[in-house]
Design a protein around this ligand. Structure first.
Ligand SMILES: NC(=O)c1ccc[n+]([C@@H]2O[C@H](COP(=O)([O-])OP(=O)(O)OC[C@H]3O[C@@H](n4cnc5c(N)ncnc54)[C@H](OP(=O)(O)O)[C@@H]3O)[C@@H](O)[C@H]2O)c1
Length: 285
């Protein structure tokens, strides 16, 4: 099947004010898509909307939305459809991460924030947007998960829980769409980036700790490259978008050889992370 042309498509992106969402918006704008940019920091979205218009978007909307607040999601979607009428592609990207062992958590209330943002934030926006997504195979419902959504990763218990949850959500949604719309079912794409150099690394929920484990940004994927990989998955309409052969291999072998993959992941995280647990944090963070 030919890859989807995004020119002229209406794309709603949550978490568009920074990082992956921002770079994806710019990439889509270059390809002539109309973009509806949602996040809490409206001034950043307004600047981004102006950039998207200057690229190739006929319409670029900046809409304030806190994805954890349902009235805010409803109002934001209403504003988007007043302008765009329909949402051909929805990218549910807003999210936060963490960086401590479960054993080191001092304040578990950050777990509520994590699940409310990374899981219910997806369901909230999709709930209001759903009637405006054409029930056609060219439509895309895209959720940004993580490699931590397909294998267990240390320092990420509740983050993994949130990302594994969206995989379950999407798997169920796919069956409902197939049952209800058959060949016309919109494609549900779950993209699973590895470590990407964005603010996510430094803005981790702290769970009551002063510092969190962080990956080395120099070895992380640039967010422009992550945006390209995500767009590729969107165009192809794949179920699960992994960024490399190694990640595909980790994913497919996880159910057969979980203990072996656990060790590989632990070694990889040890090499790529600074953490109080590893005693390799710089003196000033
Ligand atoms: N960076 C990585 O290494 C990595 C790896 C795998 C997966 N991911 C996933 O990629 C997605 C994007 O992460 P990123 O790396 O681009 O992070 P980021 O640079 O920190 O950006 C996060 C975005 O989420 C938005 N956001 C946070 N809370 C929100 C809320 N309550 N309502 C609406 N928007 C909210 C932020 O905007 P406002 O603050 O303006 O609201 C921001 O635009 C996340 O789902 C993350 O889990 C990232």
């Amino acid at each position: 099947m030919a890859a989807l042309d995004v020119a002229g498509k209406n794309v709603l992106i949550t978490g568009a004010s920074a990082g992956i969402g921002r770079d994806l918006a710019l990439l889509l704008a270059r390809q002539g898509a109309n973009v509806a940019l949602l996040a809490r920091r409206l001034e950043l979205l307004e600047d981004l909307a102006a950039e998207c218009s200057a690229l190739n978007s006929k319409v670029a909307l900046a809409v304030r939305c806190d994805v954890t607040e349902r009235p805010s999601c409803q109002a934001a979607v209403q504003k988007v459809v007043e302008e765009l009428k329909q949402i051909d592609i929805i990218v549910l990207n807003a999210g936060m991460s963490m960086g401590c062992y479960f054993e080191d958590i001092k304040d578990l209330s950050d777990g509520d924030k994590m699940l409310s943002l990374n899981v219910m934030g997806v369901a909230n926006v999709l709930h209001y947007a759903f009637p405006f997504i054409p029930k056609e195979s060219a439509s895309r419902i895209v959720v940004i998960s993580s490699v931590a959504g397909v294998v267990g990763v240390p320092f990420r218990t509740l983050y993994c829980a949130s990302k594994w949850a969206v995989h379950g959500f999407c798997a169920s949604l796919r069956t409902e769409l197939l049952e209800a719309y058959g060949d016309k079912a919109p494609k549900v794409v779950v993209s699973c980036p590895p470590e990407v150099a964005t603010g996510l690394n430094t803005n981790r929920l702290k769970f009551g700790n002063d510092v969190t484990a962080q990956f080395n940004e120099e070895t992380a994927v640039p967010s422009t490259v992550a945006a390209e990989k995500i767009l590729e998955s969107i165009r192809e309409g794949v179920r699960i978008g992994l960024f490399s052969r190694v990640h595909q291999w980790l994913h497919s072998l996880y159910n057969c050889f979980p203990s072996y993959i656990d060790k590989i992941v632990i070694d990889g995280v040890k090499k790529s992370h600074r953490a109080p647990r590893y005693g390799n944090m710089p003196s000033k963070m």
